[in-house]
Design a protein around this ligand. Structure first.
Ligand code: NAL
Length: 328
C-alpha cells in the first residue's frame, strides 16, 4: 500500500485530498494528532481513531495524543482532579492497545491552555467566531441538554490547539468535523494556516444498526468488557446478510455494525482473518481482505452467526491488553 493509501484508508472524509497528498509525499517528521476528553476506559470509538494513529505511525508520522482535560472540564465531565486521574488511565490503555510509546507524545491540555499567550489568542479567535457557529460545531460533542458558555468556548479552544501543538494533520471522528471546519475558516483571521483534517467513520449502534454507537446509550464495547461480555454483545448485534440494509419502516437509515467492525477494527490490525467452522459446515474460511468477507456474507457463503463468532474472538484479542492494564 502506498503512503497516501495507508494514511487515508478507512477515512470518511479527507480535507483536502491535495493537502494530504502533499504530506504523504514526505511523511517523515510530520505531526498528526487526536484529542480525547479523558475517560477511565477506552471504548470502541477511541479505538477507531487510535487505529488511524497506528496507520500514521507506520507511515512515518509523529503522533500527538492530546488528553484534553480542560475540554472535559468545560463539557461537564467532573473536577480537574478526577479528570486528570482518568487521563493517566487512558494513556496506559492507549499504549496497551498498540500506540508505539516511543513515537507518541501524550500532552495534557492544561500544560499550555492556561498560559497567558494561549488565553490571549483564545480571546482573539472568540472575536472572530459567532455564538451560533460555535454552538453548531459543538452539537454532536456536548453532553446534556442546553448549551453553556463553556461549551461554546470548547470548539474555539480545540481550533487553537491545532496551532499550539504545531500539527500538520488533525484527526477526529466525523462528529468533530464541524469543529475542524470552524478551525479552517477562522484560524486565518489570526494569521494562522487552515489545518488539514481527516475524519474517521462512526460505527452504528451495535444492537440496531441505527444511529451511531455511543458510550452513553445503547450497547458499546469497551476495554472493561470480559470475553463473555464481548461474545454476548456481538451475538446480539444487528447483522443482516448485507452491507447495505434497508431503512426501517420509519425511514431510519441502518448500517451493518458487524461488518463495520470487521472493516474498521479487525482488518486494519490483522493480516488474515480466519472464521472457524466445523468440517461439516464447510470448514474454516480464511480472508486477507474485508471485501471478500463482505461478499461472502452477502452471498450466504458466510453465515452471520459464524461471522459474529469470529468477530468476538478478534475483538477480544484487541481488547485483552487494555483489559489487563485496567485490572492492574
Ligand atoms: C479533541 C477534543 C478536545 C480538544 C481537542 C483539541 C485539539 C484536537 C482535538 C481535540 C475532544 C473531542 C471529543 N472534541 O469529542 O472527544
Amino acid at each position: 500500500m502506498d503512503a497516501y493509501d495507508l494514511i487515508t484508508r478507512n477515512a470518511s472524509e479527507v480535507v483536502t485530498e491535495d493537502e494530504v497528498r502533499a504530506l504523504a509525499d514526505d511523511p517523515e517528521g510530520k505531526r498528526a494528532y487526536v484529542g480525547y476528553e479523558p475517560s477511565g476506559v477506552l471504548h470502541i470509538g477511541h479505538m477507531l481513531t487510535a487505529n488511524k494513529l497506528i496507520d500514521l505511525q507506520a507511515a512515518g508520522f509523529e503522533v500527538v495524543v492530546l488528553l484534553a482535560d480542560v475540554h472535559a472540564y468545560l463539557n461537564g465531565k467532573g473536577t480537574f482532579e478526577e479528570i486528570r486521574e482518568t487521563a493517566e488511565r487512558m494513556k496506559a490503555q492507549f499504549i496497551a492497545y498498540g500506540l508505539d510509546e516511543s513515537q507518541t507524545e501524550f500532552v495534557l491540555g492544561s500544560e499550555y491552555q492556561l498560559d497567558e499567550s494561549y488565553v490571549l489568542d483564545l480571546h482573539a479567535v472568540e472575536l472572530e467566531t459567532t455564538l451560533s457557529r460555535a454552538e453548531r460545531a459543538m452539537a454532536e460533542i456536548k453532553s446534556g441538554d442546553g448549551v453553556t458558555v463553556a461549551q461554546a468556548v470548547y470548539p474555539i479552544m480545540q481550533a487553537l490547539d491545532i496551532v499550539y501543538l504545531d500539527v500538520d494533520l488533525a484527526i477526529g471522528g466525523m462528529e468533530q468535523r464541524k469543529v475542524h471546519m470552524l478551525a479552517r475558516d477562522t484560524l486565518p483571521s489570526i494569521g494562522e494556516e487552515s489545518p488539514t483534517c481527516m475524519h474517521t467513520p462512526l460505527i452504528a449502534d451495535l444492537g440496531t444498526g441505527i444511529g451511531k454507537m455511543s458510550s452513553s446509550e445503547g450497547v458499546t464495547i469497551s476495554m472493561e468488557d470480559s470475553t463473555e461480555d464481548i461474545e454476548d454483545k456481538v451475538n446480539g448485534a444487528f447483522c443482516p446478510p448485507t452491507a447495505d440494509p434497508e431503512p426501517t419502516d420509519e425511514g431510519e437509515e441502518r448500517e451493518n455494525p458487524v461488518l463495520q467492525i470487521f472493516e474498521y477494527h479487525v482488518f486494519p490490525r490483522f493480516e488474515r482473518v480466519v472464521v472457524e467452522r466445523p468440517e461439516q459446515y464447510g470448514g474454516n474460511l480464511d480472508y486477507d481482505d474485508y471485501e471478500t468477507l463482505e461478499a461472502d456474507l452477502e452471498s450466504g457463503e458466510l453465515h452471520p452467526a459464524d461471522a459474529k463468532g469470529a468477530l468476538a474472538d478478534y475483538l477480544d484479542e484487541l481488547i485483552e491488553p487494555g483489559r489487563a492494564k485496567i485490572a492492574e
